[in-house]
Design a protein around this ligand. Sequence first.
Ligand SMILES: Nc1ncnc2c1ncn2[C@@H]1O[C@H](COP(=O)(O)OP(=O)(O)OP(=O)(O)O)[C@@H](O)[C@H]1O
Ligand SMILES: [Zn+2]
Length: 767
Amino acid sequence: MRYASVALDIPTRALEGTFDYAAPAALGPALAVGATVLVPFSHRAAVGYVMAVSDEPPANVSAQQILPVAQVLAAPAFDDASARVASWMARAYACPLCDAVRPFLAPGQKVKVTRPSPDAPWELVSEKAGPRDARWASLTPEANDFTPTRAASRQRAVIAALAAGPQRVSELSATIPGAASAVGALAKRGVVAVATRRELRGIESTSLSSAAAPRPARLTDGQVEALAAIGRARAAAFGDVVLVDGVTGSGKTEVYLAAIERALADGQGALVLVPEISLTAQTVGRFRSRFGEEVAVLHSRLSVGERFDQWDLVRQGRAHVVVGARSALFAPLASPGLIIIDEEHEGSYKQDKSPRYHAREVAARMAAERGCALVLGSATPSLESLERCREGRFSGAAWTRVKMPERPGTAALPQVTVVDMAEQFRGGGRSIFSAPLVRALEGVVERREKAVLLLNRRGFANFLMCRECGCVPECPHCSTALTYHERTHALVCHTCARSWPVAAYPDPSTRCPNCGSRYLAAFGVGTQRVEDELGMLLPEGVEVIRMDADTTRSKGAHQRLLERFDAAECAVLVGTQMIAKGLDFPEVTLVGVINADTMLKLPDFRAAERTYDLLEQVAGRAGRGARAGEVVIQTYWATHPAMRAVATHDRATFLAPELAERAEAGYPPFARLANVVVWGRREAMVREVSAAFADAVRARTEGLAGWEVLGPADCVKARAKDQVRRHVMVKAPADADLGGVLRGCAASIRRPVGSNMAVDIDAYDLM
Ligand SMILES: Nc1ncnc2c1ncn2[C@@H]1O[C@H](COP(=O)(O)OP(=O)(O)OP(=O)(O)O)[C@@H](O)[C@H]1O
Ligand SMILES: [Zn+2]
């Protein structure tokens, strides 16, 4: 008899640990680790995932008592090593085991079963996953002699589109309204042929020139050194980590490509994570142009069906390189030789719902489990990774930093000018473009080059700022920037909850508390306005392309906009954070940052670090080709250390005092920080639960060095959707079992119905 230990997935009950079942031989080899099964549990049936299989009966249950697995619902989605990683995640992030297992399952799989009739076997409910066929249209030879009537504009459009080659009918419909019926009419006349093909979803092609990845003639010294370090880490087969600390445009991507090539040659695969917003046609194209069909792509902009097809390619062993966002880490790649995380400092590698994991930490664990190498790349590495490299070792693995301080060939880092916008204002400048930025744009137009303008939207318009002195009103009791509430015309401190009525510009009674100016206003310019003003500023013949949440909503829009930018002779790309990363257009010679400081005032200890990182990243889009680049950063806070450091590309001078402050205050990377949020409709209950939790942690960690409990206090977002939110922050030593301790504390307190709790270990979002 075999036995299976199963993680139950019962949505209403957060069960910890696994339950043991007998594995009847009749269910065959499909009943293996990673399978989804149906099992009896307290007089009903429950869905669960097999975490381990053994020939030994479980210790404390008699063979008669143990119930059998009822049915296998889905073939194995993960193996032993992944099962161990999931169990580690559940503990490290203090979440239910089933939450930690779900990322490993097939895309679209739900925790729900159905059956066609009462005696038929149960089936899992999936969100439109399984395989699918597509209809492709192509021109027939008859098309040469066919001219649509003058009124048939759709038919003309369809024929023009198909002249470039066959296309899916659904794709035609996306660009030509009514294309499907036009195709039908043309097919009747024999001008267009329609064929059905088994479709592999999730593969797009692109005309972007920079999406190709020609092999460079010679690697730079830095690249050679990085590859050697990666080779050593792979050979050690111990989960060793290499941090590739390379300036923007230093050729980190080429390092990844070359390292993957070597892994493939050894019969191993690679997982490559890039931030969601830089998962563009360009990035994906580079991997596809080098590895072709070996590449599967996984990200959230794909439909469920597309994700399923890509995931299945990996599971079948047909694709050995997985390029994707955070969740691609869980793809069923049988033998990875490498896990690569590009832009590893990015906050988006932390998931903000359960399981609240950080991809870097899970990847490190996975690399250790599988004995492969972990490669982290960034121009602005996280302080956590830098600290581990300084120590040389973390959690058993070696951490090595390799610097790539130069761009290949003659390309150099761009010249950076920091423009003090308050000074511009005092000098009469009322435009959103400063005089130096206007001059630089004129230069780009004259030389027929390209420019990228970043409009920083994060932390936006939540603050009032004086246009004349740059002052942002702060709480006199807490040194926290006051948040502006537009509807109630109030400035609120989210630390002490005091509030002040305020009349913002254009109200005639507005006064800046610092200089008395009447230009104390919410900082609210949108991309649309920047686009409009650029239209007025620039001469004819310069294309202005706007890229933000609005213009990229439809599928493939992101890619089409970049293709337009690529194809244009002279153009300006205006956008939000999504344009800051990864773009590699050699013709871009100017990068402008409209408003650099919106993030600096966020009540977050990482605010300065994030600001610096973003500016350095976006600055790095300039001067990547033969022509030199220039960067103009507009700020109201020109003397801030982050601005000064970006001007010289010298992160070290900025980091030294920043690190000293963090060490002093016991913040990451020198300590761990958890944020535990309690919320609910009834304030008294929320107060009670948060206090009980804080007490439990205090009692549990009393006298332990390096542990500290802060709060409970109101969250920065003290209310959300009519629910009251309070939080407790817990600091712990860098090597502490923070998840294990907090999980125990959360389980030990009474949690009345209607109260919710989220334990966020190594939290990034502290609001
Ligand atoms: N050894 C080399 N010789 C010549 N060109 C190279 C070499 N390595 C990379 N390149 C080219 O340099 C450009 C920048 O490289 P890449 O995009 O890989 O840099 P990166 O470090 O990933 O940049 P970022 O972090 O700014 O996105 C690319 O166009 C790439 O093709
Ligand atoms: Zn002022």
